[in-house]
Every structure is written in structure tokens, then in C-alpha cells.
Design a protein around this ligand. Structure first.
Ligand code: XMP
Length: 524
């Protein structure tokens, strides 16, 4: 295992992902993890990440006191990146100071002498992604500088004998041309780890774990959302325990055009999952009638979902005569990673999304034991795992869809006259046009929004007073920040014309050109 200690850089997860791409299992631990926690992962290599802090600030996060002695005793190679390199320098007797001139962005670095870190084949000059305000002005004993920036700052250091290395720049980001090569060289030539971590291994291992956890007479339930994560998790568990898995898919009346039919067909015909479709639309829409406040809508939808799920659980118990003991959830690695607290705070925090996103989550009080076979995986790894289990590519690459569904895409009262049907029709035209133009996979998320206002238009020589709809398309890597997608004007023109021609009740289309921040992705 390659243990990455997280000091808070925005690229930390990328380090772990790069290592995994090279076929080596890697975990991310908070930078203040103690030695017992680090060693419990049996590390063959430890990487110290970058971070926003300065090593000489009071309370700056650091490795445990015995860290370097332990690594030396066990022969564990260490690579420090950015803040990680500065930690090495400072803790081993060198000196780190604020740089006269901070260096940010893409810039060349030069290898200044032979090194184990770069090996023999590395280009003498390479472009890298730099981001630092401090620099190493004196190296600890036994270390040599093997790379420098144009400005002469130390950017690569090593103590080959003790197997401790440092890079001031970020080899994990793609802007660093030979960064991936450098990580590869470090892992396979210096640390001499073996690549053996593949999705097939993950699949076999997780199936074994599920079988070990779930007894031969136990039953398991799962709520499929229509998204990739729950579908992949359920498919894996189904492979492990067969039809002792019981899945439900709830149509809450807030799904897109024909979505319920489409995903049910995929679950049954393609993934062969045992799924019960529950139509709860009438009950939920009755509760949402007249509710315009976005948070209140989310709460109502979340509470109703829990009700429906409890009823489903009782049905499974009646049918099988056994109380289902386990619940499958599609939790992913980014939801469980703990990060290092910033100096001055004694709070641990994890990289979880906003609390309002937990619609569709099920409370602990239901008393289930959780089965979370994707807990160690990043989203792109889940997609690979899905493909391995024959989940269709078209399903794997679907854009994310929020738990509260169209409720956050119909502004105000979702039960307003014709709003849901209108937005379904508009969304279908828009998404099909995006697919036809070959743009679907270039866009992170695209959808239409129903606005509760009317504007004046002229259609077929008649004055109309009809609805305005908004179109949104964004690029993003995780939904936390986003840019609006720049379609060709012709594309927007054609989609707008098609919508106004084909959807009754709409005479105006607007395109959302706001990024996140200041906007959010959804309009509510
Ligand atoms: P926002 O609108 O917060 O959205 O910028 C970021 C991402 O999260 C999705 N989203 C939700 N997902 N329940 C969910 O499961 C929610 O209540 C919710 N609100 C937003 C949104 O679609 C985008 O992908």
C-alpha cells in the first residue's frame, strides 16, 4: 500500500489516483495521523502531500515524531511533495524560509546533477506545475539538490541512501509534463513496489468481503437511485449473494422523461437485478403542492423517501419471512476521506458535500448494517468496475442527477400547471440535441429549468404569453466548482427553435452563462 498523508493540498486526491492508475493500491490519511494508524496500512511507500500551510507557522501539521526513524528502520521510501518536501527539510535539520518571489503556475525546472529520483532517462529540463510561497534555503545533512527552477530555487532533493526524496512542484497534475513518469520511476525503480491492483482484483475481493459479512440466510436491501454508484454497488452485491438482494426504485414523480421505464429496463434486462418499482408520485406530489421554498421541498422529499423505504423494508420482510439486516450503499472514497485540520482548529472534517445533498440518504436509526463495496473507490474507478460487470457504457457515462430530481429544476411550486411535463419535454429535446452533436461526454452536466414566469411572444402570427425555460450546461470535475459550457451559437439557436416549436407553453429560451461560484449548478 502507498500511504499518502494529506496536508490539505487541492491535488492530494490526485496523488492517490495517479498511484492507483499505475496499478498500486493507495490510501489517503489525514496528515496528523499517528504512527499506529499509518503502520496499520502496512505502507510500502509514504508520500507527504502539498498543503496551504507554512511549515514554520505554529501548529503547522506534521508527521509523528518517530516517523523518519520508523521509515528508516523499515526501509520505507518517502516522497514529499511541495509542503511535504518542506516538512522533510525542516524536520531533518535544514531550513525553509518565505521565498523572495513566490512561484505559481507552469514553469521549467532543470535537473542539476545525476540522481536516483530522476534516473538516467529523464529530460534535463521539463515543464512543471509549481505552487509555493516558501523555499528550502538550507538542505539537511545527507541531502543533495537535484533540481532547480529558473530563479534558482531548490525544487528537487534526495537522500538516496535513506530513500527520502522531495519535489517542490506537483508531479501529480497533468501540467507537469513528466510528472507521471517521475511517480512511476519512484514507485517501481526506487521503491520497487509491484503493480497488482486491478479492477478485477477489486471485484473479486469485494465479492469475497460481501460474502464474508452477509451470512447465508441473511437478506440485503438496496435503494437504486437510477445513478451509477448505486447500480454498480447493487450489481456487485448481486454477484455475491444472488437474489437475497432486494432492490427498489422509487418513482417519486420528479423523474425525467420516461426515466422510470428506461432505468427499470436497464436494471432488469441488462443487469438482471431483482428490482421492485414503487410508484410514489401521487403521494409525494400531493405533499409538495404549494411548497415553493427549495429547502422545504428537499426536506419533504427526503422525509417521504424514508417513509417509502420503511414500507418497502416491511414488504421484503413479509415476502421472505426474514428481516433484512443489511443495506447496500454506493458510498465512494471521496465521501469517507478525512482531511487534516487547519492549524488552530481541533475539528476534524471530511470532504463531504453540502448537507442539503443528502436527500435519498437513509438514517442510521433504521438499524441496518451497511454494505459499501465502493467505499475505497474514486468515481472513475467505479465506472471501470461497472464496465467490468457489463454495466452499459451509456449508463456509466450519464450526467449526475440530483436526488430531489426535477423539484430543484422547476422553480417554485413543482405542481404548478403543466410545469413538470413542460420541463420533461424541453429537457429531452435539449439532451438529445447534445447527444446528436456528440457533446454529451464533453459536458459534466446539462439540464433544463422551468421558470415560473411568463413572457410575451409571437408564434404563428399570434401574440402569446407563455413560459420561459432556462438551459444549463457545465464543465466541472466534481461539481464543487463549475464553468458554463460554450456551445456554438448555431447549436443554441437550433435547440431554442426546436423547443419553441415543439413544446406547447414555451415561447422563450435563455442560456445560463454563470459559473459556480457565484452560482450553484442547480437553480435551487
Ligand atoms: P449545486 O447546485 O449545489 O450542485 O452546485 C452540485 C452538484 O450536486 C447536485 N445536487 C444534488 N444532489 N441532492 C443530490 O443528490 C441534492 O439535493 C442536490 N442538489 C444539487 C447537482 O445536480 C450537481 O451535480
Amino acid at each position: 500500500t502507498v500511504v499518502v498523508l494529506d496536508y490539505g493540498s487541492q491535488y492530494t486526491q490526485l496523488i492517490t489516483r495517479r498511484v492507483r492508475e499505475l496499478g498500486v493500491y493507495s490510501v489517503l490519511l489525514p496528515g496528523d495521523a499517528d504512527m499506529a494508524r499509518i503502520t496499520s496500512h502496512n505502507p510500502s511507500v509514504i508520500i507527504l502531500s502539498g498543503g496551504p500551510n507554512s511549515v514554520h507557522v505554529e501548529g503547522a501539521p506534521s508527521v509523528p515524531d518517530t516517523f523518519f526513524d520508523h521509515c528508516q528502520a523499515k526501509g520505507i521510501p518517502v516522497l514529499g511533495i511541495c509542503y511535504g518536501m518542506q516538512l522533510i527539510v525542516q524536520l531533518m535539520g535544514g531550513e525553509v524560509k518565505p521565498a523572495d518571489k513566490a512561484e505559481y503556475g507552469r514553469m521549467p525546472v532543470h535537473i542539476v546533477q545525476e540522481s536516483a529520483l530522476y534516473g538516467e532517462e529523464m529530460d534535463p529540463t521539463q515543464m512543471v506545475w509549481m505552487s509555493h510561497g516558501d523555499e528550502a534555503v538550507k538542505l539537511p545533512e545527507g541531502f543533495k539538490c537535484v533540481g532547480k527552477s529558473d530563479a534558482g530555487a531548490v525544487v528537487a532533493i534526495e537522500n538516496a541512501e535513506r530513500k527520502i526524496f522531495g519535489l517542490q512542484y506537483h508531479p501529480e497534475v497533468t501540467h507537469s509534463e513528466r510528472g507521471f513518469e517521475t511517480i512511476r520511476h519512484f514507485l517501481f525503480h526506487i521503491a520497487k513496489v509491484e503493480a497488482g491492483w486491478t479492477m478485477q482484483n477489486v471485484l473479486d475481493e469485494q465479492i469475497a468481503i460481501v460474502n464474508q459479512k452477509v451470512g447465508p440466510d441473511d437478506h440485503v436491501i438496496c435503494a437504486l437511485s437510477g445513478g451509477v454508484d448505486s447500480a454498480v454497488a447493487a450489481t456487485l452485491v448481486h454477484k455475491a449473494i444472488g437474489d437475497r438482494l432486494h432492490c427498489c426504485f422509487v418513482d417519486n414523480g420528479l423523474l425525467r422523461y420516461k426515466e422510470g421505464e428506461r432505468v427499470m429496463k436497464m436494471f432488469k434486462d441488462h443487469l438482471h437485478l431483482p428490482v421492485t418499482k414503487i410508484d410514489d408520485s401521487a403521494r409525494l406530489l400531493a405533499k409538495l403542492k404549494g411548497v415553493a421554498d427549495p429547502e422545504k421541498k428537499r426536506k419533504t422529499i427526503g422525509a417521504q423517501f424514508i417513509e417509502v423505504f420503511k414500507e418497502y423494508k416491511d414488504d421484503v420482510e413479509k415476502k421472505t419471512g426474514v428481516r433484512p439486516k443489511f443495506l447496500v450503499q454506493g458510498t465512494l472514497y471521496p465521501d469517507v476521506i478525512e482531511s487534516c485540520p487547519p492549524p488552530g482548529s481541533d475539528q476534524k472534517h471530511s470532504h463531504t458535500i453540502k448537507s442539503h445533498h443528502n436527500v435519498g440518504g437513509l438514517p442510521k436509526e433504521l438499524g441496518f448494517e451497511l454494505v459499501e463495496p465502493l467505499r475505497m473507490l474514486f468515481k472513475d474507478e467505479v465506472r471501470k468496475l461497472g464496465l467490468l460487470m457489463d454495466v452499459p457504457q451509456a449508463f456509466i457515462s450519464r450526467h449526475p442527477f440530483p436526488g430531489p430530481g426535477l423539484a430543484v429544476r422547476v422553480l417554485g411550486d413543482v405542481c404548478a400547471d403543466g410545469a413538470l411535463d413542460t420541463i420533461r419535454a424541453v429537457d429531452e429535446i435539449y439532451i438529445n440535441a447534445i447527444k446528436d452533436a456528440g457533446l454529451y461526454d464533453k459536458i459534466w452536466q446539462a439540464f433544463a429549468v422551468f421558470l415560473p414566469i411568463k413572457s410575451v411572444g409571437v408564434q404563428g402570427d399570434q401574440r402569446t404569453h407563455s413560459h420561459v425555460v432556462g438551459l444549463r450546461a457545465i464543465t466541472s470535475s466534481d461539481g464543487m466548482t463549475a464553468d458554463w459550457y460554450q456551445f456554438e451559437p448555431k447549436f443554441l439557436q437550433e435547440v431554442s427553435a426546436k423547443i419553441c416549436n415543439e413544446v406547447k407553453n414555451v415561447n422563450r429560451v435563455v442560456y445560463d452563462i454563470t459559473s459556480k461560484p457565484p452560482s450553484t449548478v442547480e437553480w435551487e
